[in-house]
Write a protein that binds this ligand. Structure first.
Ligand code: PMP
Length: 358
C-alpha cells in the first residue's frame, strides 16, 4: 500500500529516511579453499543507529501512521533482543514517542545502555520469566493494560519484510547492476526473517533462479528443528522459535555456521580490513562463502553486515576465541575491498533506485 503522511510528520520522516538505508555495497576479495573470490556485503552497520533494524523500524512506524494505528504521543512497546530496541528507541524518540523495550536480561550491557541513552525504558525479562518468548508475552500484556500503546510486532508485521523488499533488495540489485553484475545468491542470518524474506521477494521477482539461503548457528539450529535447541553467541539471530514471517519452504537450504567461527571471522574482518562488524556479520560472511562453494567460486553471492562491533565490547567478540579443526575462518585469507555501485557527485554515497541525492 502507498504511504501518505503529511505536514511536519512528513518532513520528519523525510529527514530520518536520509539517515537510514542507501548503504554501501562492498566487494570483499579473499581466498578460500584455494580460490580467489569476491563476496558482496551490504554495510548495514552504517545506518542511523548502526544496524539493519533501522530499516524495518522506520518503515513500520511510517506504515502505522499511514494506517492510523499509531498516533502522536502513543507509547511504542516492543520485545527485542537488542538492535530493534535501539532502532525503535532512536526513531520513536525522534518522532516524540515514549518507548518501552522488553528484552531478555542476558543481552549485552552495551545494548541496554544504548537503549537507555535514547531515552527509552527497558523492562528486563529473566529466563524464569520466559526469556525471549516471555518478552513478547509481556509486551502484549503491557498493551492490554495501558492506554495508547502501539506494538510494532516485528516478528509478524509484514512491513518488516516490505522494508527489505523495497529497500535492501532493490539497492543491492541497483548497485550490482551499476558494475554489470547479477546476483546468484543471497544469504542472511534469521532473526525475525525480515531481511531474508524481503530480499527473497524482490530477488525472485527479478530472477526466479536466485538462491536464497537462511543462516543459523550450529549450536542452536532453531530453523532446522522448529524450537530452541541450545545456547549460542550470535546475538540477533536464531531466537527461540521460527518467526511467522519466515516461509522456509520458499527458501533454499539452511546454512549452518558455528558461533565461535563467526566470532573469529568478525575479528578477522575488523583486524584485516578495518570492517568492525558484529558477530552475525562474521556468520553471514562465512555462510556466503559456503553458498558460493555450492555454486562455484565465480558466483555472485551477497550478504549483509547487520551491525558493527560496538555493541559487543563486553562479549566474547573482544576475547581470544579458540580455533577448532572444523572452523572455516583459519582458511579465509582477506585481501581487500572494492565498492560496488556508482557514487553520487553530491554526497559521495551510492546511487540506487530507492533513493537519490538531488
Ligand atoms: N543480525 C543482527 C545483529 C540482528 O540484530 C538481526 C535482527 N534481529 C539480524 C541479524 C537478523 O535480521 P532479521 O530480523 O531481519 O532476520
Amino acid at each position: 500500500m502507498s504511504v501518505i503522511i503529511q505536514g511536519a510528520l512528513e518532513q520528519e520522516f523525510a529527514a530520518l529516511s536520509r539517515l537510514v538505508g542507501n548503504t554501501p555495497l562492498l566487494g570483499i576479495q579473499c581466498r578460500f579453499h584455494g580460490r580467489l573470490r569476491t563476496i558482496y556485503a551490504k554495510c548495514e552497520q552504517m545506518n542511523l543507529t548502526g544496524s539493519i533494524k533501522d530499516r524495518m523500524a522506520l518503515h513500520i512506524l511510517k506504515q502505522a501512521y499511514a494506517r492510523g494505528e499509531l498516533h502522536t504521543g502513543d507509547t511504542i512497546a516492543e520485545a527485542t533482543s537488542g538492535n530493534t530496541g535501539i532502532s525503535f528507541a532512536a526513531l520513536g524518540r525522534a518522532l516524540g514517542h515514549p518507548v518501552t523495550i522488553f528484552m531478555p536480561d542476558w543481552m549485552s550491557r552495551e545494548r541496554k545502555d544504548l537503549i537507555r541513552s535514547y531515552g527509552a525504558e527497558i523492562v528486563p525479562v529473566s529466563k524464569e520469566q520466559g526469556g525471549f518468548l516471555g518478552s513478547i508475552r509481556m509486551a502484549e500484556k503491557f498493551a492490554v493494560s495501558h492506554n495508547d500503546v502501539f506494538l510494532p510486532r516485528q516478528f509478524s508485521n509484514e512491513a518488516n519484510v516490505e522494508a527489505h523488499a523495497i529497500g535492501t533488495g532493490p539497492e543491492i540489485w541497483a548497485q550490482l547492476d551499476s558494475i554489470g553484475v547479477k546476483a546468484h545468491a543471497f544469504v542472511a542470518g534469521v532473526g525475525t526473517g525480515g531481511t531474508v524474506m524481503g530480499v527473497a521477494g524482490f530477488a525472485r521477482a527479478q530472477d526466479a533462479r536466485v538462491r536464497i539461503h537462511p543462516v543459523e548457528p550450529a549450536e542452536s539450529p532453531t530453523l532446522s528443528t522448529g524450537h530452541r535447541v541450545g545456547k549460542h553467541r550470535i546475538q540477533g539471530i536464531s531466537d527461540e522459535f521460527i518467526p511467522a514471517l519466515v516461509d522456509l519452504a520458499s527458501l533454499d537450504e539452511i546454512i549452518t555456521v558455528h558461533d565461535g567461527d563467526s566470532i573469529l571471522m568478525a575479528q578477522k574482518l575488523a583486524s584485516t580490513l578495518g570492517l568492525a562488524v558484529g558477530i552475525s556479520s562474521g556468520c553471514n560472511f562465512l555462510a556466503a562463502l559456503l553458498a558460493q562453494d555450492k555454486l562455484g567460486s565465480d558466483a555472485v553471492v551477497v550478504t549483509v553486515f547487520a551491525d558493527d562491533n560496538k555493541k559487543y565490547l563486553s562479549t566474547d567478540l573482544m576475547r581470544e576465541e579458540p580455533e577448532r579443526d572444523d572452523y572455516l575462518t583459519p582458511e579465509v585469507e582477506l585481501h581487500g575491498i572494492t565498492t560496488a555501485g556508482r557514487v553520487c557527485a553530491f554526497c559521495d554515497g551510492p546511487i540506487t533506485s530507492s533513493a537519490s541525492c538531488n
